[in-house]
Write a protein that binds this ligand. Structure first.
Ligand SMILES: [Zn+2]
Length: 236
């Protein structure tokens, strides 16, 4: 249930109260904001006291969360997009018959009679991204395979929510199409990571030795990748 915490300085913090069979009070910051798990029998006075003690922590966490939040995608004219690490702008131009999508300079131009239909625009733009992704990823995979003296059975795109790539024992490589938004060295890093799995199907020291031979700066790339993740997932 939705609750309000009144702070001494007059501010209020909205939170969700979840009463459970438990002994302690647990606080969590989620996409919905503050969630408080509390024992069923707690009095509102006791709860208030604990929350007031933790008010500093709560405010700090909420502020951090707000600062890191990526604005949800709007499929409208002027929306900022990312393509191979470049900032580009979605440009919607009403056209009676065309349904073309094309990168023109730093603008991704969609000409269509349906530019007011966000779902339609989203489909067209996502399709364009996947069309750019597959040839780019395939070329990278083939080059790394040649360098390793390995053969890959197939390269396909994935739409996974949490994984950037995968490699199985049949030597099939799958890469998340959202990666095409990332700078080329990040794409290359993920490709090398999956290719290293052709030799080692694990994350052992031997795996990292193979990865290092393919992509020396894999540690900093991994960090960059983590930081980029929420931005790349802006595209549903
Ligand atoms: Zn891996």
């Amino acid at each position: 249930m939705a609750q309000q915490l009144q702070l001494p300085d007059g501010q209020t913090i909205a939170y969700l109260l979840d009463l459970r069979v438990r002994k302690t009070i647990g606080l969590k910051i989620t996409a919905q904001g503050l969630v408080v798990h509390a024992p069923k029998r707690i009095s509102s006075k006791q709860l208030q006291q604990v929350l007031l003690q933790k008010a500093g922590w709560i405010q700090q966490k909420l502020a951090l969360r707000a600062a890191n939040q990526v604005a949800p995608m709007q499929w409208v004219d002027g929306e900022p997009l990312l393509f191979m690490g470049q900032d580009i702008t979605l440009s919607l131009i009403r056209h009676p018959t065309s349904k073309a999508v094309a990168l023109e300079g730093s603008q991704l131009v969609v000409r269509s009679p349906h530019i007011g239909n966000q779902a339609w625009v989203a489909r067209k733009v996502l399709h364009w991204y996947t069309q750019q992704a597959l040839p780019d990823f395939s070329r990278r995979v083939q080059l790394v395979a040649a360098q390793m003296g390995e053969k890959v059975t197939s390269v396909a795109l994935s739409n996974a929510r949490s994984r950037w790539g995968s490699c199985n024992s049949r030597k099939q490589i799958r890469l998340n199409w959202r990666l095409i938004q990332a700078p080329p060295h990040i794409i290359q890093y993920v490709v090398c990571h999956e290719m290293a799995h052709l030799r080692e199907m694990n994350h052992s020291g031997r795996f990292y030795a193979v990865l290092e031979s393919l992509f020396a700066k894999h540690l900093s790339a991994e960090k960059e990748m983590k930081a980029l993740s929420s931005i790349l997932h802006r595209m549903a």
